[in-house]
Design a protein around this ligand. Structure first.
Ligand SMILES: [Zn+2]
Length: 351
């Protein structure tokens, strides 16, 4: 199905939404996006798997990146899209086809942007990090991600959210001695020992820190616990899974050192890590963007692909239509007013 990038924004959003693109099934939407962008003479379009990258090459001194993922979480009987008043409903309307529609419309209109622009539409954001299309581009074609500043059009309610927290996951295990529970004095209960670790977590006082003017709240929490093999056996192992969300003034090494200190004397087994991203609001291209958008920027909670840009040395913010609290809900929607607010901001910034 062909996309008409000059259509009214709500119609374009509905057209993009109605090409189903649950993670792993982005081909049809990537084809439609590529076809629509290739038709624009001011853009050079490249394709990597189901990621589409379209660039202006005007020889400007600055290049900015505007990016959005094409995939959605699985359907919940919420396609095709529908409209109720000034709200567009359907899978992906909030996360994040509203941002994709705005970026597509702006890409078509901005034939002579003030900065060179790289428009990126990519696959597999909603699944395991190894599949992430932006990560693949960073490995295959880092040149395509280069820029002075990046805007990721994830839902933020049309406000700027700077940087993002990092995340670490690790396991900490207590060990005891197995025995028949009828003669428990012959064993040592590892689950009981886990109580001390849980108390440490419950008593932990997370920091709230300011980074480049934005406030970040950290958190250290147990997110899982396993132990015990049968109803009549004293357990000899108990494993707690802990998640640490940390502010962008720590890198991964600092964050790990902090966790090791909190659990001094225990071996921590690291299972997952993603770095935090500084907001980068002190860069000139970012300052211009702030002026164009207006309003007070705030910190981003949760991990987003801005950290991938940050890792490549490109400061990045989140800015897109729709309330992030509706992301992944069965009744997700995007307000029409947010589409216009974000679109107007991009045109003010780059026009
Ligand atoms: Zn998203």
């Amino acid at each position: 199905m062909a996309l008409d990038l000059s259509a009214a924004l709500p119609d374009l959003l509905m057209a993009v939404t109605d090409i189903e693109s649950v993670s792993g099934n982005e081909r049809a939407l990537a084809d439609a996006v590529e076809e629509a962008l290739v038709a624009l003479p001011h853009l050079t379009v490249e394709r990597d798997g189901d990621a589409v990258v379209a660039r202006t090459t005007l020889g400007r001194g600055t290049r900015v990146v505007v990016a959005g993922h094409l995939d959605t979480v699985p359907l919940a009987a919420n396609l095709p899209s529908w409209r109720e008043g000034d709200l567009i409903y359907g899978r992906g309307t909030c996360d994040m086809k509203g941002g994709v529609a705005v970026a597509l419309a702006a890409a078509a209109q901005l034939s002579e942007p003030r900065h060179d622009v790289t428009w990126i539409f990519y696959d597999n954001e909603e699944v395991e990090a190894v599949k992430n299309g932006l990560g693949r581009l960073a490995r295959n074609r880092p040149d395509l991600l280069a820029g002075d500043f990046a805007v990721l059009m994830e839902p933020t309610g049309a406000r700027i959210e700077g940087g993002c927290q990092g995340t670490l996951r690790f396991e900490v295990t207590t060990s005891g001695t197995a025995a028949h529970s009828a003669r428990s004095w012959l064993g040592h209960n590892a689950i009981h020992d886990a109580g001390v670790l849980l108390r440490t977590l419950a008593d932990y006082e997370p920091r709230t820190v300011e980074v480049e003017g934005l406030e970040y709240r950290e958190g250290l929490n147990a997110v899982g616990i396993t132990g015990g093999i049968a109803g009549n056996v004293i357990p000899d192992r108990c494993t707690i899974t802990v998640n640490f969300r940390f502010a962008p003034d720590r890198d991964i090494a600092d964050a790990k050192a902090h966790c090791a200190q909190v659990f001094a004397g225990h071996d921590l087994v690291w299972t997952d890590e993603s770095p935090a991203a500084r907001p980068g609001l002190d860069r000139p291209a970012a300052a211009e963007f702030l002026t164009a958008v207006g309003g007070e920027p705030r910190a981003k909670y949760g991990w987003t692909d801005v950290a991938r840009f940050s890792a490549l040395g490109v400061p990045a913010v989140n800015f897109g239509p729709a309330d992030p609290g509706k992301a992944h809900t069965d009744d997700e929607f995007c307000p029409v007013a947010d589409l216009h607010a974000c679109h107007d901001a991009l045109l003010r910034w780059l026009g």
